[in-house]
Design a binder for this molecule. Sequence first.
Ligand code: BES
Ligand code: MN
Ligand code: ZN
Length: 473
Amino acid sequence: MTIASPEPEFAAPDAAARPLWLVPQGDDGPLWPEGVETGFAAASGFAARPGQLCLLPGPDGVGGALFGIGKPATPADRPARERFTLARAAEALPAGAWRIEGAPASYDLIHGALGWLFAQYRFARYKTAEPPKARLVCPESVDRDAALAMAAGEYLARDLINTPAADMGPAELEAAARALADRHGAAVEVISGAALAEGYPMIHAVGRAAGPGRAPRLIDLRFPGAGPAVTLVGKGVCFDTGGLDIKPSSSMGLMKKDMGGAANVLGLAETLARMGRAGGLRVLIPAVENSVGSDSFRPGDVLTSRKGLTVEVNNTDAEGRLVLADALALAAEEAPAVLISMATLTGAARVALGPDLPPFFCDDEAAAEALHGAGRDHADPIWRLPFWEPYEAMIEPAIADLDNAPSGGFAGAITAALFLRRFTEGAGTYAHFDIYGWQPAAAPGRPKGGVGQGMRAILNALPALTDRATGAR
Ligand code: BES
Ligand code: MN
Ligand code: ZN
């Protein structure tokens, strides 16, 4: 599968673009732009509230538009209550090219432009869905190529998540990874069959009950070029029934998105490669379907992981940490400077922070601060939770080294993260992201459906993370 959605695009710079005036709110109403006839807007109640739009008449119809941006934001206000507000204009403006005018210095044009590109995403694989036809002329202060690279990565992640499991099984996820590798000259290795059962027993155990053509596999991408050794590991559970400890239908309905971690690391790799920053990057994806069948792994089974640690399966629905553990163990064997996992790992993370604020875990204070700060500054908020040492006892059952699903479920996101950390020994900085990967209701720049989370936080924190580390490939 190639990228299904059309490429993100700005309007051609020479397009005859109409002006979109950004209008701040003053104490006594809109701070009207100079030289613009605003009587009509004032009379029609335009107050420059954030996201408020007013078309301006012109000789041939619509001559321009005003867009409210509210009171000037201070850095302390970030993250604003609403991200990507300018995406509202992308959705609502008539077709054609638009150029931004009158942006105050404090206005975040980068995320305005990015939100506009994000708003133009449509998942059109199964029905035609017209994207908004208003195109933005990329503002001069915005790095056009970087914005397009970020949008392309986001589009890819959304496409992969949105595609139903019937059309996005382990084989199709592999094909998507191969297509990405082909686009950027990366090397691909895929381990399956006997080699998987032998070398990656937990990936095999989780995926072995899947039907014909949907066998489990470990996808391994390496990007060309020199650079710090960074390995991204993404949970690629293409559908999660829960296995024999089957999920209730209410919980199973969205489980096509259980490869959201894989989608996000592939999206991030796409962005890095387009920016010329993928040298030294490795991407690992354990791709499986957690199915119910006579060959399913069972509650009570004890699995021996790649690393040698034994794991008692107390719930076959805690499958993500099993497949990630073997992939993380492989990653750690070559001691990358930075190791990052992304996974739709626990319901507990959602209970704690909701769908829009993914928790992340990182032991290195400076790296954690860099990640959190990058998320805040790049409209990609994330929130740190602790690898809380005292809870290690919760993942240590009676008859094996580890328990995949501690009873009671207290601190479920933390115990899952602690489980993963056991397999990362040898790696430099390790960070784990427990993402949701889904936009439950449409918001500016984010239609309902698959969504990237944490990609831009990681992208922008990576230089700080790798500066602190030594390894290079
Ligand atoms: N894929 C789920 C977690 C999930 C559920 C993420 C809903 C986002 C939305 C994961 O495999 C899972 O089932 N986790 C269990 C673990 C438990 C059995 C220890 C959970 O969180 O309930
Ligand atoms: Mn599960
Ligand atoms: Zn899962």
